[in-house]
Design a protein around this ligand. Structure first.
Ligand SMILES: Nc1ncnc2c1ncn2[C@@H]1O[C@H](COP(=O)(O)OP(=O)(O)OP(=O)(O)O)[C@@H](O)[C@H]1O
Ligand SMILES: [Mg+2]
Length: 375
């Protein structure tokens, strides 16, 4: 998969941009606060339908302007090329256009362009609360399974209703309540999500472990484990997970009513990252945590490549800080020559002359993105 053209209008601090990226390495270099991350954010939006850092879409529109546009042309190996657009407005709902036809459901864009993104916020996946790890899983699995994404949204609605009912049951006992109906919905959507997570993490683990070993030149071992909210044997079939989930709900029912909240299900899942047998969240250094996150992201590259049948685009935002020279070199070697990538940095010191010769280098300055020649 290749980005052939990127066009932005009034996106954050970028008033206007049109570029034809290199099919390999693209470097965006500039001082702090110039628009490097903004560029990656725009591209990522077309892959995952929304911004990871904006609370509201209106933040994406350049201050003082009313509309914003992100447009990409994607060349795909297994399908025809696609022209993807997303339009944001201060007065109307955002909408997308796929090959010129308008859709108001942004989910429709999923699957046209796959991207793997690494940004400093991703460090929370390893070091932060479980909610970051669940968000990570949801975002990644949604890219390869629109069905998962729909199950998530059904689960969210089911949980809201079920939690509301549990509170009612706690506050007004003795009445007749239809909790069973919500239980079966919870089990239905929840088990599908859990089965998917089980499969994906089972596939990610060996991939990430190999990559981690490569990045650290064999010095460290990484293991990823799924920690679901109720126990089931690893590799369990969906039907088995469904039965366990239903049994567990029955055994937790009185506690759930007493606390007025759903205590088991995908909303309580977690993932454990172990570096050399120790929990990376508690024991790994900053550089080690960054390496774990990168191993995870690059493993995801492999997984998307397998599922989608072609490699995703790789977007690395400020990825080199905190890494020692050896890990930096290994990372850049991994990316270089493998895929189309966009890497932001504040200087070009980490790149070899060969990389710089083959890359397109863009200078980003106050929202202006210009291709430059580096000697
Ligand atoms: N909606 C907006 N309209 C205008 N400017 C904006 C908007 N949103 C963000 N900005 C500006 O964009 C700039 C930040 O851009 P960005 O995050 O891309 O910087 P960066 O080049 O990645 O810097 P760093 O190296 O520090 O990560 C800030 O100066 C910010 O004020
Ligand atoms: Mg930045």
């Amino acid at each position: 998969m290749l980005l052939r053209e990127v066009e932005l209008v009034n996106f954050r601090n970028i008033p206007e941009l049109k570029l034809t990226p290199n099919p390999g390495l693209n470097l965006l270099v500039g001082e702090n606060g110039q628009g490097k991350s903004n560029f990656l954010e725009a591209v990522l939006i077309l892959a995952i339908t929304k911004s990871l850092r904006a609370g509201k879409d209106s933040e994406l529109i350049r201050i003082g302007e009313d509309n914003s546009l992100v447009r990409c042309t994607v060349e795909r190996e297994i399908d025809s090329d696609a022209r993807l657009e997303m339009l944001f407005s201060r007065t109307e709902r955002k909408y997308i256009r796929i090959n010129g036809s308008k859709h108001t459901r942004s989910l429709d864009i999923l699957g046209y362009m796959n991207a793997v993104f690494f940004g400093s916020m991703d460090l929370d996946i390893v070091s932060g609360e479980p909610t970051y790890r669940r968000r990570y899983l949801n975002m990644e699995i949604s890219q390869i399974s629109p069905r998962y994404c729909m199950d998530l949204s059904s689960l969210k609605k089911t949980l809201e209703q079920r939690n509301h009912l549990l509170k009612e049951m706690r506050d007004h006992p003795g009445r007749d309540y239809a909790l069973d109906a919500w239980d079966s919905q919870l089990v239905q959507y929840g088990s599908d999500i859990i089965s998917r997570r089980e499969i994906i993490l089972g596939r990610l683990n060996p991939l990430a472990s190999n990559i981690h070993s490569y990045l650290t030149d064999g010095a460290e071992n990484l293991e990823i484990r799924y920690l679901p909210s109720f126990p089931f044997p690893s590799g369990a079939k969906p039907e088995e997970i469904r039965c366990k989930f239903a049994d567990e709900l029955i055994s937790k029912r009185s506690e759930e009513i007493r606390r007025g909240v759903t205590l088991i299900g995908p909303q309580r899942d977690d993932i454990l990252f172990m570096v050399d047998g120790k929990d990376a969240r508690l024991y790994a250094s900053q550089g080690q945590q960054r390496t774990v996150t990168l191993s995870l992201k690059l493993a995801e590259y492999e997984l998307i490549n397998e599922f989608a049948g072609e490699p995703p685009i790789v977007l690395l935002d400020d990825v080199l800080s905190d890494l020692d020279d050896s890990r930096r070199n290994q990372l850049l070697n991994w990316v270089f020559g493998r895929c189309q990538s966009f890497i932001t940095c504040t200087n070009l010191r980490s790149f070899t002359p060969e990389m710089l010769e083959r890359a397109d280098v863009y200078r980003v300055n106050d929202g202006d993105v210009k291709k430059i020649n580096v000697e």
